[in-house]
Design a protein around this ligand. Structure first.
Ligand code: NAD
Length: 244
């Protein structure tokens, strides 16, 4: 499917994987609503980068973990773009610690952004898609949600939840012309992973392809799933082979 002229909402698009997804969508001719809770400067720079490909780009400050903030943002996006065909739920956070040291608020914060955020945004945007009888949704999960990861009970639970949510939405909305898939990245070089030590690391040794992934690797998979018509409820790993 041609993405030219389609309108996309990408959460967490001010930097990292989300920004690269927004750029790759713009390269395909899609307009992008950049939704993020981060700094004004980062949002402004993202709008400049994305619109340099000749598409419309507008940034919205929004906390995806808040239903009210999401409702307000999606109403503003509808006003600015009229329709939304593509949604990428990419915003996410980590608050890592071993379970016995993990604070209740760190468990809740991660579930609220990574899982409830996907629910809030999918509910609000799919209401528009149902009326349009068309939509493509991609949620960013993680191999942590498939395999588990010591030090990440909150994050792994949220990302496993995203997979369950993705498959349920795929079943609920298939008859409305809407597909919903997930991408599960492994270790990708971004601000989120900057503290991981990679020199002679067992982490790198555990990756069959022998290196961390790049944001472009993930964005390519997302654009593929947004462009296809007969794949729904799928989880596509982009992990150099870690979770095979
Ligand atoms: P990042 O920290 O560089 O970017 C995340 C973006 O989300 C930031 O711009 C941040 O401001 C935004 N954000 C955070 N909380 C938000 C909220 N409540 N509302 C709106 N926006 C919010 O991270 P990244 O590495 O680019 O990760 C992007 C996604 O990919 C996340 O869901 C992450 O869990 C997932 N992921 C990353 C990796 C990796 O190795 N980097 C691996 C697997 C999955």
């Amino acid at each position: 499917m041609d993405l030219k002229g389609k309108n996309a909402v990408v959460t967490g698009a001010s930097r990292g994987i989300g920004l690269q997804i927004a750029v790759d969508l713009a390269k395909q001719g899609a307009n992008v609503a950049i939704v993020d809770i981060g700094s004004e400067e980062a949002a402004k720079a993202a709008v400049e980068t994305v619109s340099s490909y000749g598409v419309k780009a507008v940034s919205y400050r929004c906390d995806v973990s808040s239903g009210a903030s999401v409702k307000e943002t999606v109403a503003a996006i509808k006003k600015d773009f009229a329709t939304v065909e593509l949604l990428v739920n990419n915003a996410g956070i980590t608050r890592d610690n071993l379970m016995n040291f993990m604070k209740e608020e760190d468990f809740e914060a991660v579930i609220n952004v990574n899982l409830k955020g996907v629910f809030n945004m999918t509910k609000a945007v799919s209401a528009l898609m149902i009326r349009q009888k068309f939509g493509r949704i991609v949620n960013i999960s993680s191999v942590s949600g498939m395999m588990g990861n010591a030090g990440q009970v909150n994050y792994a639970a949220s990302k496993a939840g995203v997979i369950g949510l993705t498959k349920s939405v795929a079943r609920e909305l298939a008859s409305r012309g809407i597909t919903c898939n997930a991408v599960a990245p492994g270790f990708i070089e971004t601000a989120m992973t900057k503290d991981l030590s990679t020199e002679n690391s067992p982490l790198i040794a555990s990756i069959p392809l022998g290196r961390m992934g790049q944001v472009e690797d993930v964005a390519q998979a997302v654009v593929f799933l947004l462009s296809t018509d007969y794949i729904t409820g799928e989880v596509l790993r982009v992990d150099g082979g870690i979770a095979m």
